[in-house]
Design a protein around this ligand. Structure first.
Ligand SMILES: [Cu+2]
Length: 460
């Protein structure tokens, strides 16, 4: 793989800051628009009904979102006073929310349920957990900060002045590219077995994963990487992926977009038994066709994949074949594709909104020289579509799901639905630091600056 992580001096350029400001303005408009449309459903259980307007009643309403396995607050800092939680189970499993210090808790909430929890008067930080066994240990614990400096309004936009917002945005932008522990998607070289297989050894295990500086979550990783290691092979190769399960639950592996015999399709219990904790399973097959393939869990997959169990399996020489497919619509100064990038999109689980397992400012920037061409394979392993937008250059979409298009087309925003892969050629034309992000603005920006699915292409 030829990704080039760098520490660069260009990020204070006026182009880049202008882009930041434009995104900020758009995000503010979106955020302000959203304030008026927060609606609250309530159900019975131990929840209590909230007062109406938070500011009118002198209380703060805090949106609390439960997912596998995280608890998020909005806002994350409130002033002392009466507090009502609007709890939303946005995960797939059942959760609850408990404040042990105040002896307050919701009932067990099914997926999708909203409920109000009135905490009464709060004067110091509030620690919360999900009490479903194992969930707090997997990451469902959080602390709501209570500070006299916080504004009484529930809206984070209004909590800070314009100067504070600008300063926060500058600060986060200057952290990019932030150094974090762990890098996903590193190429794994196979061992050649005596029976002529290219064997890739993978171990699935829960690890501490640093999504951004200081934000460490329980990641479900292959070989300690999120996304898992990149596997490469050629048509005709005999491939063995030996998967060892060191997770606390069963798993299996589906080879998505790769032609394999049915017994190797990874769909337990139909094509194989589930791989129980401690067990190992061999996925043996001969590569008969080129592929921009995914390997990922097919067992409790709505939890296991977003938590990190996904990686890429590339079969064939995609640099050469895509440049050929582009015809004369793409030229490269050196007559070849210089680098090939796999970008795995995610939006859920413990990892959350991310590019290759990292959230801005910890995402990896990429570098190109004018006239050079780069091949990017977008992979969506999340639960939502992501329109991936590069400010410049425009990309030529050459393949979808590993199949070359008969009519490649140019696009600056490429919507990638869950499970899809798009292969895109970009030729650098103009120098600068070009923002590269998901264009669902809440996936790329907060009032405190750019976040989540954002990186940059640096052209010199
Ligand atoms: Cu997105």
């Amino acid at each position: 793989m030829s990704e080039k992580p760098i520490r660069n001096p260009f990020l204070a350029s006026s182009d880049f800051l202008f882009s930041l400001m434009m995104l900020a303005v758009i995000a503010m408009v979106v955020s302000i628009g959203a304030i008026g449309i927060v609606s609250v459903a309530k159900n019975g259980g131990s929840a209590t009904e909230a007062a109406g307007s938070p500011s009118a009643s002198g209380s703060s309403t805090v949106e609390v979102t439960l997912t596998e396995f995280a608890i998020a607050f909005s806002p994350s800092v409130i002033p002392p006073g009466n507090v009502v939680f609007n709890v939303h189970n946005a995960g797939a499993a059942q959760h609850n929310l408990a404040v042990a210090s105040l002896n307050k808790r919701t009932a067990t909430l099914d997926s999708g349920v909203h409920v109000l929890l009135d905490l009464g008067k709060v004067t110091s930080d509030v620690n919360v957990i999900c009490e479903i066994p194992g969930h707090a240990d997997s990451g469902m614990k959080a602390t709501l900060k209570v500070s006299a400096d916080a504004s009484a309004t529930p809206d984070t936009v209004a909590m800070i002045s314009n100067e504070e917002m600008d300063a926060a945005m500058d600060a986060v932008a200057k952290r990019f590219p932030e150094k974090t522990k762990g890098l996903g998607g590193q190429e794994l070289k196979p061992t050649i077995t005596s029976d002529g297989y290219k064997q890739f050894d993978l171990t699935a295990k829960i690890v501490d994963w640093e999504v951004e500086g200081g934000k460490i979550v329980k990641g479900w990783a292959y070989n300690g990487q999120i996304p898992g290691p990149q596997l490469r092979a050629n048509v005709g190769d005999k491939i063995r992926i030996r998967l060892k399960n060191e997770l606390p639950e069963s798993t299996s592996m589906h080879l998505h977009g790769v032609r394999v015999p049915n017994a190797m399709d990874g769909v337990d219990p139909y094509t194989q038994p589930a791989i129980k904790p401690g067990e190992t399973f061999d996925y043996d097959f001969t590569a008969t066709e080129v592929a921009v393939g995914m390997y990922h869990s097919h067992h409790n997959a709505q939890v296991q994949i977003p938590n990190g169990l996904a990686g890429s399996l590339l079969i064939g020489d995609w640099k050469t074949s895509t440049l050929k497919a582009a015809g004369n619509r793409i030229t490269d100064v050196n007559g070849k594709v210089e680098q090939e990038v796999v970008m795995v999109l995610n939006d859920a689980g413990t990892i959350g909104l991310s590019l290759n397992g990292k959230s801005f400012p910890a995402t990896t920037p990429y570098t190109m020289k004018i006239g050079e061409t780069m091949l990017v394979h977008y992979y969506n392993e999340g639960l939502m579509s992501h329109p991936m937008h590069m400010h410049q250059p425009t990309g030529l979409v050459v393949a979808r799901d590993g199949v070359m298009l008969e009519n490649p087309f140019f696009a600056d925003t490429i919507s990638v639905a869950p499970g899809e892969r798009f292969s895109v050629l970009y030729t650098a034309k103009d120098a600068g630091v070009w923002a590269w992000h998901c264009h669902i603005l809440t996936h790329a920006e907060t009032p405190m600056g750019m976040k989540y699915m954002v990186t940059a292409l640096i052209v010199s």
